[in-house]
Design a protein around this ligand. Structure first.
Ligand SMILES: *[C@@H]1O[C@H](CO)[C@@H](O)[C@H](O)[C@H]1NC(C)=O
Ligand SMILES: *[C@@H]1O[C@H](CO)[C@@H](O)[C@H](O)[C@H]1NC(C)=O
Length: 320
């Protein structure tokens, strides 16, 4: 009766030790990423700043739920709290800089420029290989302009005091199209994430296509993330370069936020950590630092942090 329980305890303390090293590595990388933001915050574009806002949400959650057990863990938490303070300060500078440099774009995306917009997963699940498309287009399905437009219709920022949660037929058909690659795939997911976080409850209401009647928003998220998982597995198999690194990390960030914990693979984390410029603290060095990739990478690392903390917290693990 007691014996298996003891084995479990021994096992879990070994896991804790290695988890603590992993958490140390994540914290060290985040600290450098925040230093980069301190120095460059005024020059970072909206996408990059959104990444740091998601990191703010992740660090707030981490410091709130940090499993307080022993000394190393407590000192790690203290490091996270001091990083959050630094981040808070540079975020307010960066957000006001955005407002000055591009007031129109700022207004369109103002609702997502607040860390409280970004909700973190309440539970974990996994992607499903049976949902992978038989074939994927080689070209993107739509451009950034269309996805921006569809997102402002959800956010209600398409005009002053605009009605939120509007889904036009063209947005719906585009955002539910199967077989899209790369950014058009990840932005289909982002579109449904933004709708969910904005509280849009009837995004699929007008869809009269018979083959789609039973597909829910949650199911679309699972379809997209299962394909983003496949895409990441393909990317990591081949030599991974600039643009592909960016998509790879974006997929981890977005699907991790939706709660698909199979994206938080230790070897993927270790790869990402090696892509950071150890001096500048940024990511995407090929043509200098990429603010998009840096923002995406720090927020993905924030996701890894919360995932490994939840793994370490034995009280959150099922006992059997
Ligand atoms: C950081 O900012 C958030 C939101 O603005 C606030 O809730 C939090 O208390 C701040 N944390 C620290 C450590 O300053
Ligand atoms: C939708 O689901 C219902 C109940 O599960 C089922 O009876 C129906 O055949 C499904 N419709 C389609 C088009 O798949």
């Amino acid at each position: 009766m007691w014996y298996p329980f003891l084995v479990l305890l021994v096992l879990s303390s070994t896991i804790d030790v290695s988890n603590q090293d992993v958490i140390d590595n994540i914290l060290m990388s985040l600290s450098k990423g925040i230093t980069y933001f301190d120095m460059q915050g005024r020059n970072i574009n909206l996408d990059g700043v959104v990444g740091y806002l998601i990191l703010q949400a992740q660090l707030q959650e981490a410091t709130r739920t940090w499993p307080h057990s022993d000394f190393p863990s407590l000192s790690q938490r203290a490091a996270a709290v001091s990083m959050l303070k630094r981040l808070n300060k540079s975020l307010s500078t960066a957000v006001s800089a955005l407002q000055e440099t591009d007031p129109k774009y700022f207004k369109e995306f103002e609702p997502i420029l607040d860390s409280s917009f970004w909700s973190l997963p309440a539970e974990w699940s996994s992607t499903d290989p049976s949902l992978v498309y038989n074939s994927v287009r080689s070209m993107e399905c739509y451009d950034e302009q269309l996805s921006d437009k569809c997102m402002t219709l959800l956010l209600g920022t398409w005009k002053d005091n605009g009605t939120p949660c509007i889904v036009t037929k063209s947005c719906r058909d585009t955002m539910t199209q199967f077989g899209c690659p790369h950014y058009s795939l990840s932005h289909q997911l982002l579109y449904f994430m933004i709708g969910t976080m904005k509280g849009c409850s009837r995004m699929l209401k007008g869809d009269l296509r018979l083959s789609r009647v039973n597909i829910t928003v949650e199911h679309y998220k699972r379809i997209f993330c299962s394909n983003m998982m496949k895409s990441n597995q393909d990317i990591i198999k081949n030599a991974i370069t600039g643009q592909m690194q960016d998509i790879f990390v974006e997929n981890i960030l977005l699907c991790g936020l939706v709660g698909f914990s199979d994206f938080y693979k230790l070897d993927w984390l270790q790869s990402i950590l090696t892509w950071q410029d150890q001096e500048a603290g940024c990511f995407g060095k090929e043509d200098g630092c990429s603010s998009h990739m840096t923002g995406v990478a720090v927020s993905a690392l924030g996701g890894f942090l919360n995932y490994y903390l939840s793994e370490q917290d034995i009280t959150k693990r099922p006992l059997i």
